[in-house]
Design a protein around this ligand. Structure first.
Ligand code: ATP
Length: 638
């Protein structure tokens, strides 16, 4: 196997680091073994999945097991045939026993005994083979169905708008992808087939019982069916309640776990470990209670049906013995009857286990239906047109917006930003500055009024065509686990090596990268933890530079950097903002001062607008902020 040479993948990078530090690479003596193992790995061709905002999930809120299995109907039909074969072959046992006893033993026929023995062997063989084939077929169906479902859930998550991810806890979303899908896999692979087998067994056994003796069969059914029905109805209602609780509490456990992991640094810094453990114990405690309840329900239902079964068999034995004495029934028939009655009860015993699988699977279907049926709150219009190459004129037209309907964050805001202009938004915290930026990138749609770029209402343009021409540098740049190269060309994966260097040079990061032993192949750890905060910001700026957007939305980082990093970032910004329209959410007045125009936002409204000089001269809000800032700067200098 050949390794891609510097092709920008993380694995190549770790290989490249084999001779150096800190990654020691694969020890040479193990390399041969690793190569051999990799050579036997199946090749997975590059998937051809396409993404479109407007393409809904094919089933959405109508998701059901039937719809999931439908594409594999031929395999499912084969599994059905195998189930019939398996059940029929297995249920031949008691009938063969009866023939063996009546004709072989009572009738003193060696031939009959041998024939029955051979047939018995054959039935066992057929049962075994059919069962093996059935497990293989259902395993394949389940694996394929789950793979389809995983891709669909992931695709839906890519479609959904930001509000979904703000409202839904990450841990709960993870539950949909992990335990909910796994529950369904269990149900498709084993649960449904077992239901079919057990149901078929009960039907076959009932018919056979009647064929043997109508009177005895009627007595049996009258004796056991009412008791069983009552117990099963209770089980159904108690169990459904229990499983819903189990599903809700496991989601809570995972959500709590994921939040604690994500916030581990803050937890450590604020000594919250003890409190965190107590919180976690509360949620795991609720999960425990839910599980104990379902265990109690199961432990009541299982043994009580067993008792009904044994009582039924006892009564039959007494009645049957009388019938054998009267010559109404042969001894072989009575034994077969008793064996079949055992077979009738076996599925009911299994039902407890099956019902667990079924309940878990069904509640997972309900949860997944909710997820797949959710419509993005920022939809792609049916008649959306691609935004033509952007000139960069942005208009807010009587815009109103609130994250919650009754809590407006932006109120009747009018603003014109000219092409190529750099506008800095300043104002107190919570004024709505970032929200304005989110409306331009269409992370949210305004609840009133319109946001336009070059005269196009953003609601009517193709989301992809809009975002392709927009650059966003968030307050906290997010870097992905992978190489520096991949992180820089995140918005333009096909970018050439030279373009990456050009972007790094533009933001003044090229020298730093050149000094790194692995250069562009340096592996950045998850969320860029292995880089300094200033370097992360520069990588984010390089990313935006590489994509060459026409409009740039930049949320200035609030984190305090040392003077030299700040100077580097300011210089990088100068290069980045040249020739493009820029919305700058400025947390430092030194940044705002350099903008063509400053917009002071407060309470979701524009309260002042003008250049730095104009606003200082006007003596309003900005002048006040500027005065405070200069006073502070003076005092820190002293
Ligand atoms: N996802 C959200 N859900 C609900 N409310 C939100 C959400 N995001 C922001 N808000 C609220 O909207 C208001 C405006 O927030 P925004 O982030 O726009 O302020 P900002 O002016 O950018 O503040 P800062 O200078 O602190 O970044 C705040 O009161 C905030 O609490």
């Amino acid at each position: 196997m050949t390794w891609p040479g510097g092709g920008g993948n993380a694995f190549a990078a770790t290989r490249a680091g084999a001779g150096g530090l800190p990654f020691a690479g694969i020890p040479p003596e193990l390399q041969d073994g690793v190569d051999k193992l990799l050579a036997t790995e199946p090749e997975h061709p590059e998937p051809t999945a396409r993404f479109a905002h407007a393409r809904k999930d094919p089933d959405g809120a109508r998701l059901s097991l039937r719809r999931l299995v439908r594409p594999y109907w031929a395999l499912a039909a084969l599994a059905g045939l195998l189930v019939v074969l398996e059940t029929a072959a297995y249920q031949a046992g008691p009938a063969l026993t009866q023939i063996g006893i009546d004709q072989g033993i009572t009738g003193h026929s060696m031939t009959a005994l041998v024939v029955v023995a051979v047939l018995y062997l054959l039935s066992v063989l057929v049962t075994g083979l059919a069962s093996a084939a059935r497990v293989m077929v259902t395993g394949r169906i389940a694996a394929s169905v789950m793979n389809d479902l995983r891709v669909r859930v992931f695709t839906q998550l890519q479609r959904l708008s930001l509000d979904f991810f703000t409202e839904e806890k990450a841990g709960v979303i993870m539950t949909r992808m992990t335990s909910d899908i796994e529950n369904l896999q269990q149900l498709v692979q084993d649960g449904l087939v077992q239901f079919a087998i057990q149901g078929l067994t009960m039907a076959v056994v009932t018919v056979v019982l009647f064929a043997y003796d109508v009177k005895l069969a009627l007595i049996t059914l009258l004796l056991v069916v009412p008791a069983l029905t009552a117990a099963s109805l209770w089980f159904h209602s108690a169990s459904s309640k229990g499983y819903l609780r189990v599903r809700d509490t496991i989601a809570e456990v995972l959500a709590n776990l994921s939040e604690s992991l994500q916030g581990v640094r803050i937890v450590t810094a604020h000594n919250r470990q003890g409190l965190n453990i107590r919180r976690h114990r509360q949620v795991t405690g609720r999960y425990l209670t839910a599980n104990v309840y379902t265990a109690q329900v199961n432990s009541t239902y299982g043994p009580s049906t067993q008792v009904v079964g044994v009582v039924g068999q006892l009564v039959l034995l007494v009645l049957g013995a009388g019938m054998v004495a009267d010559g109404e029934l042969t001894i072989g028939e009575l034994i077969a009857f008793l064996l079949y009655l055992g077979a009738f009860f076996q599925p009911i015993q299994q039902l407890v286990q099956l019902y667990n699988t079924y309940q878990q699977g069904q509640s997972s279907v309900v949860k997944l239906r909710g997820l797949l049926g959710t419509e993005p709150s920022v939809p792609e219009a049916a008649d959306a047109v691609d935004l033509p190459p952007v000139q960069g004129e942005i208009t807010f037209e009587r815009v109103g917006f609130g994250y919650q309907p009754d809590l407006p964050v932006i109120r009747e805001l009018d603003l014109e930003i000219a092409r190529g202009e750099t506008v800095a938004f300043v104002g107190p915290t919570g004024a709505g500055k970032s929200t304005l930026a989110k409306l331009v990138t269409r992370f949210y749609d305004p609840t009133q009024g319109r946001v336009l770029i070059d005269g196009h209402d953003l609601r009517g343009v193709g989301i992809e065509s809009l975002r392709r021409q927009l650059g966003v540098v968030p307050q906290e740049p997010f870097l992905f686990a992978g190489t520096l190269r991949d992180n820089v060309r995140f918005a333009l994966p096909e970018a050439e090596e030279e373009q990456v260097w050009q972007a790094l040079r533009a933001v003044g990061l090229a020298e730093v990268v050149e000094r790194m032993p692995n250069g562009l192949d340096t592996v950045v750890q998850e969320r860029g933890q292995s880089l300094s905060s200033g370097e992360r910001q520069l990588v984010a700026l390089a990313r935006a530079f590489l994509a060459q957007p026409r409009v740039l939305v930049l949320d200035e980082a609030t984190s305090n950097l040392d003077r030299s990093s700040e100077t580097r970032i300011e210089a990088a910004l100068d290069v980045l903002l040249q020739g493009r329209t820029a919305l700058l959410i400025a947390h430092r007045l030194s940044t705002a001062m350099k903008a063509d125009r400053i917009v002071v936002v407060d309470g979701g409204r524009v309260v002042e607008t003008g250049s730095h000089g104009e606003l200082v001269a006007a003596g309003g809000r900005y002048a006040e902020m500027f005065q405070t800032w200069t006073d502070q700067s003076e005092s820190t200098k002293m």
